[in-house]
Ligand binder design. Sequence first.
Ligand code: NAD
Ligand code: ZN
Length: 686
Amino acid sequence: MSIPAKDRERAQALRELLHHHNHRYYVLDAPEIADAEYDKLFRELQALEEQHPGLLSPDSPTQRVGGKVLEGFAKVRHRVPMLSIRTETDIEASGARNFDARVRRELGRKEGDPPVDYVAELKFDGLAISLRYEHGVLVQAATRGDGEVGEDVTQNIRTVGQIPLKLHGRDVPPVLEVRGEVYMRRDDFERLNEQQREKIAKGAKNEKTFVNPRNAAAGAVRQLDPAIARQRPLSFYAYGWGEIVGGPAFETHHEVLQALKGWGVPVSERVVVAHGADDLIAYHQAVGRDRDQLPFDIDGVVYKVNSLALQKQLGFVTREPRWAVAHKFPAQEQMTTVESIDVYVGRTGKLTPVARLQPVFVGGVTVTNATLHNEDEARRKDVRIGDTVVVRRAGDVIPEVVSVVPEKRRDGAEPFTMPRTCPVCGSAAVREEGEADYRCTGGLFCSAQRKHAILHFAQRRAMDIEGLGEKLVDQMVDANVIRTLPDLYRLGLQGLVALERMGEKSAQNLLAALEQSKSTTLPRFLYGLGIRHVGESTARDLARHFGKLDAIMDAGLEQLLEVPDVGPIVAESVHAFFQQPHNREVIEQLRACGVHWEESEPVAQAPKPLSGKTVVLTGTLPTLTRDEAKEMLEAAGAKVAGSVSRKTDYVVAGAEAGSKLDKARELGVAVLDEEGLRRLLAGTVA
Ligand SMILES: NC(=O)c1ccc[n+]([C@@H]2O[C@H](COP(=O)([O-])OP(=O)(O)OC[C@H]3O[C@@H](n4cnc5c(N)ncnc54)[C@H](O)[C@@H]3O)[C@@H](O)[C@H]2O)c1
Ligand SMILES: [Zn+2]
């Protein structure tokens, strides 16, 4: 039967595509597509070739293990080929039955015959390596390469602390090839990428970040410079073997793993012997549950027939043994593109940059966006619009962008910058010193913060509006009955009763509570405005100090700083809040609605003795620590600066004062000792 032209063309296209991605993945350690996507293309080609065996060619990616030997490494011909593993396509735990059924069929087992014994292992997501020990000494380490010929990476592998250079214990075979996976733990990976980002930020040209731990591990092992390989933290687990000459006779796979462990080779604690399909299913489920807690990535589990005699009987097909299968878990990482970076405003005014993604199925759900947390984080990861990114969703954790695929960045993509105004209401967005987040300062006006603002305003310790709870606020805001605080005082009976689940009686009660709340105090009202850092006690301090709301609204930073217990952060926050015209407008409207309180005259405050003065501390004082002196000065209103300039009013110098004292003398700044400092604080020095 002839093969339709379209199938022939598709198969050709798939072969080329897969060759390309193999090269990126196995040779360059820099994949451009997610594994799940690669697997899909791979299966499509497999299906076409099964349907039309005439399409099969020996160089098809389906017929050989993917790797190629990198120039610069010596070649190693494997005495026993390093194969791949067939992947079970049914991703459900019950998929283990397919493998068991296949094995039983091929072994000619009938229903009622005893179950086959298997070994179940984790499928580590790293790089296969073959370690050759001769008389117990590591003599060569090789990558899998194309399965027949790999790369000699002995120098690099010697730097992996977990790999013994010498085996110990009894009966070590004179020749022993240990096969296993070199991998990178997740925390080591995050740390490595962090360092890479720092290097790149400092202008290093030939550095890059890695897409995932697997590629980082592969890149480290296949690094031509062992000094660089040494800096990459790698780990290792053994799961098999190649050539063995001499030594004890083994009957099962599990026995060999135990022997390897005895000789000092790391073998995972999670290797188990399983009797039949049910045990395999239970293993798949248990590992699936624990997966997120493991310190390294696995992409599934592997089942192997335990008996070596049965393994031999089952044999191989082209690139895979018939006695083993990989049973994968849903991918936790996928690649996708960033369509835009939006800034989301939370109910308390916090601005969060969010990457809007081309929808992608990862970790069992379709993900359309991933938080970038804050400005520093977005900059650190350097995510830009149009970028191809790796998105990770593990367990119930919210999806996050792990890394950017640097090769796929468009020309001219701009780094992300945080807007300086709130994208919802246009008020200034500010980031306080020492904080990671920007916040909208339009608390009373911003629709993103509406519900929060109303609830805060209504609470018992603020305006005390009884009956105005969370459910009702949600309902009124969602129905657009209330947009800003003054709307509360414009509610009528009709409007309220029209709300669902609102009886006439409760509506009347609410109106009465609102009416009553109009008569309040300045501290309650101030607190109710929800100004950041203004709690009840600060509201009281402000009210007492200024007496009148207008005085607070018009106060400059200097004046605010004169209030006892008000420091720069609070002053800045109060100032910024009342600078927003929208906030002032809302306050005017509230007053126009009849909200009132008794104002008073400002409390005459003894001015702080050192207001407006700048002091520099240097050297060691006889009895005060630097922090104590600083605290005392600040409490007296002084600013404590780090360096001496013409603006410095005093330098307080202790023992071993250095260049700051010289500078003070040079500029003619007054110099005090501890005694002088105490007099200054007491107000007896001018
Ligand atoms: N994204 C891409 O562009 C791209 C390209 C090529 C391949 N890939 C991915 O590579 C994988 C195929 O590669 P593969 O042929 O190496 O097969 P594989 O990784 O799926 O399975 C075989 C490998 O599993 C490893 N392994 C881990 N734990 C094991 C255990 N307990 N017992 C035995 N082996 C264990 C070994 O290194 C072995 O070589 C697929 O997941 C595919 O998606 C991706
Ligand atoms: Zn806003």
